[in-house]
Unconditional design. Sequence first.
Length: 144
Amino acid sequence: MPIVGFAITKISAERKKESFDKLNIKSNLEISDIEEDRINVGKEQNVLKINFNFTVDYEPGVANLQLGGYIYYLEDDKKMKEIFNNWKSKKTLDRKLMERLFTAILTRCNIKALILSQDLNLPPHIRLPVVVSQPAQGKKDYIG
């Protein structure tokens, strides 16, 4: 069940306001469509091209980031046909497959969105680690 390709095909970032009092940051990821495709990985292979859209909205009306792209997903032909037909009829994916796809997409898109937010002088849309110092316990004097 490998992901054999990933591409970002659309990047849009716009800051609409220079200052803001309160900020609400919302992000969203959606699978917009699934198509059957063929790629050459040593030989011609059938794959599923899974199109996605990732957005980050800085509300109210401060800024927005949009990333669009696709993942090439390779599976045996029978399984791919099942995934494709299920998508076309119900617009749903198997939970385990959805987890794998979303993890791969979010890993790449969150990094790109962090860079874009920094370029636009916006706070990060995800919580980053923070270093907090604590007073030393036990010995008060340190000689090194």
